[in-house]
Design a protein around this ligand. Structure first.
Ligand code: SF4
Length: 282
């Protein structure tokens, strides 16, 4: 079957080869109870993260570079993926967190047919999504956790393979933002959290991201990340050789305040370090 699971529409025969995202069959780098997601996601025991390999976006600064671009991981069947859901649930995960699932949606749906977890399912995506695919995913997703990486197409062109990133990500996030918010104590059972990583020399675009988020329903949470740390395939990008400055951080924080956003997670300025990147299992 020709693959059309992401906006690239490369038409690869994924049963017999790989697509432009580098993915063929299911490949996973790690699954475990992850303590460093936003508080309502990691909650008490941790988020049952499953880190999928391959990516259609391939940001040069990717913090998960080894799996998104180098495809470091191990092959799994959909039956084994269903077993992973079960295992994480039995270990006490507060949810199942599908990290970078876009190009495996067909396989994930197959695994969910075999075993449907009783805990919330999180769809943790870069945001470069087709509307048709999101409608399929909405059959099982409880919590949407999209990145909004950039709005300016020149940034998408410079740092990813997809200049049309925002053309797909903005409507995709508007769709995800419709999910009703349901919290139980401090734990999210359903809803939407939009993430944004501030990049060096791009605070102007982060301000536009804040404006976009402020126009979404007020139930949507915004997670502002300042953890950018030089990593990945960035040798040819001098501006990415440093973390963000306090001035850049403050500029975006001021935009958050001005927009009156209420449901906000803000990462402390001093938290930028590579300790946040998990050690891969395979
Ligand atoms: S998910 Fe991968 S194989 Fe499928 S259309 Fe996108 S890039 Fe091609």
């Amino acid at each position: 079957m020709k693959c059309s699971q992401c906006p690239v529409l490369c038409g690869a025969d994924r049963d017999n080869g790989v697509g432009a995202c580098g993915a063929g069959g299911i490949k996973i780098a790690k699954y475990y109870l992850h303590p460093f997601e936003e508080p309502p996601i990691s909650y008490k025991k941790g988020s049952g993260c499953i880190f999928f390999c391959g990516c259609s976006l391939r940001c040069v600064f990717c913090q998960n570079y080894e799996l998104s671009r180098s495809l470091r991981g191990k092959d799994f069947s959909k039956e084994q993926l269903a077993q992973i859901f079960k295992q994480l649930e039995e270990e006490g995960a507060d949810n199942i967190n599908l990290v970078n699932p876009t190009h495996y949606l067909r396989d994930i749906m197959g695994a969910i047919e075999i075993y449907r977890p009783k805990i919330p399912i999180v769809y943790n995506t870069h945001g470069y999504e087709r509307a048709e695919q999101l409608k399929l995913a909405s059959e099982f997703v409880d919590i949407w956790l999209p990145d909004l990486k950039f709005i300016d197409p020149s940034l998408a062109k410079r740092y990813t393979l997809r200049e049309d990133y925002a053309k797909f990500a903005l409507p995709a996030i508007r769709f995800m933002a419709q999910k009703p918010l349901n919290m139980e104590g401090g734990k999210m059972l359903s809803g939407c959290i939009v993430r944004h990583l501030i990049l060096p020399l791009a605070a102007y675009d982060s301000v536009n991201v804040v404006k976009f988020v402020s126009e979404l329903p007020p139930t949507v949470y915004f997670s502002l990340m300042s953890q950018y740390t030089p990593f990945g395939d960035i040798a040819n990008f001098p501006e990415l050789q440093r973390g963000i400055t306090r001035r850049e951080y403050n500029k975006v924080l001021a935009a958050v305040e001005e927009a009156g956003l209420k449901n906000v997670f803000v990462q402390d300025f001093s938290s930028a370090k590579q300790d946040f990147i998990p050690k891969w299992d395979y």
